[in-house]
Design a protein around this ligand. Structure first.
Ligand SMILES: [Zn+2]
Length: 254
């Protein structure tokens, strides 16, 4: 399997990252996509992916919650980084109105600039949308959704938002630990999305699935999410693993 979204350069893994990678491999997670967060995380991201080059694959971008008033300078640094090594995607980028609604304007500008880079570098984009689907779709249409490909990372939107996401032809839906939570409303309509449009993620160290909910998340735990997905789709675990892995390989070209 491929964990298509895990922040393994975070300090919570400093002590035991080699064990985390070993446990992932043992659980059948052989590749891990690692999204960037901001300019300060670039050296940690690159160091991690240099240390585990066959397992960890870096993305480059600024997370919407890290877009501040001086974001143009940060974007320049992100662009410089993109020139300096191979990244598998632009990410994670997007709009987050859960924490702060006041800076929608700068978040939108940073998001659209990075969407343009996704076209320029011919890379998929990992999109973070939190309480901001209308705004995210507006930016996608404005930049040109048919020229873009990517994933709506950690999808927890409404039924209508799922429908709109699926109409974005070259986009997949990222499925994380919350599908194992009892109170996950989107389970009522998730199966409107065919398995061929889904990829698995952990969003580690966050969003640990049941039965490890509340603990530090790690790629090995993705197996619980895969098992739950098989239950929801009334198919075998093997089919979930094969299909989502193929989807991830095609999207990220790894
Ligand atoms: Zn993330």
């Amino acid at each position: 399997m491929i964990d298509t979204h895990a922040h393994l350069f975070e300090e919570v893994y400093d002590e035991d990252i080699a064990d985390v990678i070993a446990r992932a491999t043992e659980a059948g997670v052989s590749k891990i996509c690692v999204p960037n967060l901001d300019v300060t995380s670039i050296p940690r991201l690159n160091a991690l992916c240099d240390r585990f080059p066959d397992v960890c694959f870096p993305m480059m971008g600024i997370h919407p919650s890290n877009v501040a008033s001086d974001f143009k300078k940060d974007l320049e640094e992100i662009h410089t980084a993109l020139e300096q090594r191979k990244y598998i995607a632009i990410g994670e980028v997007g709009i987050d109105l859960y924490w702060d609604k006041r800076n929608l304007k700068v978040q939108t500008e940073a998001f659209e600039t990075q969407l343009l880079w996704s076209i320029e570098y011919n890379l998929p984009v990992s999109i973070h949308a939190r309480e901001a689907f209308p705004q995210v779709f507006e930016s996608l249409y404005k930049v040109g959704v048919d020229k873009l490909r990517g994933v709506f990372h950690c999808f927890t939107g409404t039924c209508d938002e799922l429908g709109e996401a699926l109409r974005c032809e070259h986009f997949l839906i990222g499925i994380d630990g919350p599908i194992t939570y009892k109170k996950a409303d989107f389970l009522d309509y998730l199966t409107l999305a065919p398995l061929e449009r889904l990829i698995l993620e952990t969003d580690a160290p966050y969003l640990s699935p049941v039965p490890v909910r509340g603990m530090r998340n790690e790629p090995a735990y993705m197996l619980h999410t895969a098992q739950k997905l098989a239950e929801i789709y009334h198919c075998s675990l093997d089919e979930v693993m094969k299909t989502t892995t193929k989807n991830a390989e095609n999207l990220f070209n790894i």
